[in-house]
Design a protein around this ligand. Structure first.
Ligand SMILES: C[S@@+](CC[C@H](N)C(=O)[O-])C[C@H]1O[C@@H](n2cnc3c(N)ncnc32)[C@H](O)[C@@H]1O
Length: 454
């Protein structure tokens, strides 16, 4: 935003520029006229005139460029105290002004060399932008800083905007009881407007409109489907459990992924559905019954107690407790209520859980030997940093491809930290890119049951 004084200065500059333009135009016109009248000039003099004309055009273009640069309405930088006051004053907050400044600063940062104010460093612009984004979208400054560095400058707004709108309602067909085609037909007859979720899933349906609540149809009550976010399909698809296997779902409630695993096992083998919370396990048990799952045992251990409780699994899913920064559209309280201490505590818990999960896998399994680690958070400390820690502490595991044919590769470097190159085999999902909740999926293969140095 330019001050009144700056506006006056700009107007004066504009007037001066008009005069400059007139002079150049006049000179160009003279050349043009002499070109037309001097039919008798020899070739050499014509060529000289052309050169002179070209030079003058270049000078005019450069002068115009410089004028444009001078005329840029540079964002005004509030002092730290002013910005604090701006952010704290909820009633009088100039949100449209903040939004304009966000756009201006993004414009400068995306063409920094040309548009910057020479007196300001890139970090000045970034600090201002992060502060303004936090104010405008209602995030804590700490979380906004973490999110900001995940994306190229122009993309962060797309991510934040996507968090402001709900994701599509999606359901997963329970193949233990029905087929997707039959389920779709039954729901269409009830007036539900739906479509397959996408080519990547053979069991998902997206609901556009429904005259009845999707959680109260006879088909729902009969267990023909699970209401489940599209992103939640992905870890189980990556796990790819095989019939007759023993599978551990280490943090399972309310059971969207457990019941998906059971369906892929066709109710064979066995699933241990564990969750530390007895309260949340009530919904897990209810879903298991409703969907006709018969191969699953529910237990309530702290996941860190595994494999002391039971081990030797063909496959383990750790859908870890996390901050939920991928599901802000569902739970906007995450924007403000997660502190730096919370993120640290979660990352620490996730690191302990992933080691237990690895130790619960049987590397000699004939069909498996895999672990899938997933979160509904997009924060690197909860995702790549946890997997990198596991690779360091357990040299007997390797990252492998997830088998998911879309998603953004995980980070191998972030904010001065570097991770093993294999982290690019992990997959990230974003609301603005994939129209699904933010999610992270990593698949690991256990090569030996011996842990070096243990
Ligand atoms: C992301 S949710 C799991 C969602 C579930 N996989 C699903 O698809 O329905 C994380 C779960 O971890 C559980 N949890 C938290 N701390 C745990 C721990 N130390 N051990 C095991 N489970 C834990 C929480 O109770 C929560 O239900």
């Amino acid at each position: 935003m330019a001050s009144d004084q700056e506006d006056d200065d700009l107007e004066e500059e504009e007037e001066d520029d008009d005069e400059d333009d007139g002079t150049n135009e006049g000179q160009l016109q003279e050349l043009e006229d002499s070109d037309l009248s001097d039919d008798d000039d020899d070739m050499e003099s014509k060529s000289k005139k052309l050169d002179a004309r070209q030079k003058m055009e270049e000078e005019a273009a450069e002068a115009e460029l410089q004028t444009n640069i001078q005329n840029i309405d540079r964002p005004s930088f509030p002092t730290a105290a002013e910005a604090d006051e701006e952010a704290a004053t909820t009633g009088g907050l100039d949100l449209p002004g903040v939004q304009t400044r966000i756009q201006e600063v993004i414009r400068v940062l995306t063409d920094f060399r040309r548009l910057r104010d020479p007196a300001k460093a890139r970090s000045d612009y970034v600090d201002l932008l992060v502060r303004d984004l936090a104010t405008y979208y209602g995030y804590s400054l700490y979380l906004m800083e973490l999110l900001f560095h995940l994306f190229p400058v122009g993309e962060i707004v797309e991510f934040l905007e996507a968090n402001e709108v709900p994701r599509p309602v999606t359901i997963r067909t329970n193949t233990l009881k029905t087929r997707r085609r039959d389920l779709a037909q039954a729901l269409i007859q009830r007036g539900v407007n739906l479509d397959p979720i996408g080519k990547w899933s053979r069991v998902g349906l997206q609901i556009f409109e429904s005259p009845v609540p999707v959680g109260a149809t006879p088909e729902y009550l009969a267990g023909h489907y699970m209401i489940q976010a599209a992103s939640s399909f992905l870890p189980v698809m990556a796990l790819a459990p095989q019939e007759q296997e023993r599978v551990l779902d280490m943090s399972a409630a309310p059971g969207g992924k457990t019941t998906h695993i059971a369906a892929l096992l066709k109710n064979t083998g066995c699933v241990f559905a564990n969750d530390a919370s007895k309260d949340r396990s009530k919904a897990l048990v209810a879903n298991i019954h409703r969907l006709g799952v018969k191969n699953t045992t529910v237990c309530n251990y702290d996941g860190r107690e595994f494999p002391g409780v039971i081990g030797g699994f063909d496959r383990v899913l750790l859908d870890a407790p996390c901050s939920g920064t991928g599901v802000i559209s569902k739970d906007p309280s995450v924007k403000l209520n997660k502190t730096e201490a919370d993120f640290k505590m979660l990352s620490h818990l996730q690191k302990e859980l992933i080691l237990s999960a690895i130790d619960s896998v049987d590397a000699t399994s004939k069909t498996g030997g895999y672990l899938v680690y997933s979160t509904c958070s997009v924060i690197v400390e909860e995702d790549e940093a946890v997997v990198a820690y596991a690779l360091r502490k357990r040299p007997n595991v390797r990252l492998v491809e997830t088998g998911l044919d879309f998603g953004v590769p995980g980070f191998t470097a972030y904010q001065g930290k570097t991770f093993p190159r294999s982290l690019s085999m992990t997959r990230r999902y974003y609301p603005h890119t994939h129209n699904m909740d933010g999610f992270f999926v990593a698949k690991l293969r256990k090569l030996s049951n011996k842990i070096e140095g243990k």
